[in-house]
Design a protein around this ligand. Structure first.
Ligand code: FES
Length: 298
């Protein structure tokens, strides 16, 4: 039912996959994601929706092939069907327009950022995009970002493309240059934890609001398992239900980073065998829920 209709390699590890999912395409709003299971026994992968085409009934996803299940999905052929796609999940991004907005993204975070830049642009905002990558080969979606940004700046750590350095090196001068913009300046950041934390710190110094897109480990994507809990403004919230976008000045990045390290793994789910065992035990989703809430908090 969820057929792959298009596939394209964007970099060594990142592939674009278009899936036929008309109902999701119709309901999608920027900032939302889907939970994808490639084959029945696989774990769920939370993947940002980069674009939706309601005429063709398709959604566009970016897959960062960093583990078994993402590689399996990336290896599926055009016309093959994935087992399940649930969504759109999460709250839509907050797009206050018109503003001047600095959109900072690194790595696969660019996939989350693109629809948000597009929404700001459609609302009449001035969009300044900043992309960071280790090398030129890792810069993704550059052409699409150029289409939706009034200005796009790129930093590569090895200096192989545009300016040498980090995305955050570009942020401070741009904040100073635009902080008195009559439309009002806002910041959005999506990518590595270190980058988002630093961008928020720089924005705070200039008293500029900043929102970030968190990508914690997610299991069910439905608010039942607790795996995606994050601390925001001193409260525990679920990224899959209350996010994934949050006020960056309120996110506890230290706690977020610690949980990411503790839960480990670059994919979304706990070990496959634990899921299989719970299925075999007949508990189903309630078993998984109980297992997760009973597991000691790391
Ligand atoms: Fe959010 Fe389970 S993934 S509560």
């Amino acid at each position: 039912m969820f057929r792959i209709v298009h596939k394209q390699r964007l970099s060594e590890d990142v592939k674009r996959v278009d899936l036929y999912a008309p109902e999701i395409a119709r309901r999608f709003e920027p900032g939302q994601f889907v939970s994808v299971v490639p084959e029945e026994q696989d774990e769920r992968l939370p993947l940002s929706i980069v674009d939706a085409d309601t005429d063709r009934g398709t959604i566009t996803l970016m897959i960062n092939e960093v583990g078994t299940t993402t590689r399996k999905l990336g290896g599926m052929a055009i016309r093959e069907e994935v087992y399940s796609v649930v969504g759109p999940l999460g709250l839509p991004a907050r797009v206050e327009t018109p503003k001047t907005v600095l959109c900072v993204a690194t790595g696969i975070g660019t996939a989350r950022m693109l629809p948000i830049c597009r929404a700001f642009k459609r609302g009449g905002s001035k969009v300044i995009g900043i992309l960071g990558a280790r090398t030129k080969k890792e810069v993704i979606l550059e052409a699409q970002m150029r289409l939706v940004c009034d200005k796009l700046m790129i930093a590569t750590q090895d200096g192989s493309y545009e300016r040498r350095g980090l995305a955050t090196d570009i942020v401070q001068p741009l904040l100073r240059e635009n902080r008195n913009d009559p439309k009002g300046l806002v910041v959005r950041a999506s990518g590595s934890v270190g980058m988002m934390r630093e961008v928020c710190a720089l924005a705070k110094e200039e008293k500029v609001p900043a929102r970030v897109y968190l990508n914690p480990v997610m299991v069910d994507g439905l608010g039942m398992c607790g795996s995606c809990r994050v601390k925001v403004g001193g409260k525990i919230v679920m990224a899959c239900l209350h996010g994934p976008e949050f006020n960056g000045h309120k996110v506890d990045f230290q706690d977020f980073e610690r949980r990411l390290k503790t839960l480990g793994g670059k994919e979304s789910c706990p070990r496959k065998e634990s899921v299989d065992n719970r299925r075999k035990s007949g508990f189903g989703i309630f078993g998984r829920f109980l297992g997760d809430i009973l597991r000691p908090s790391p």
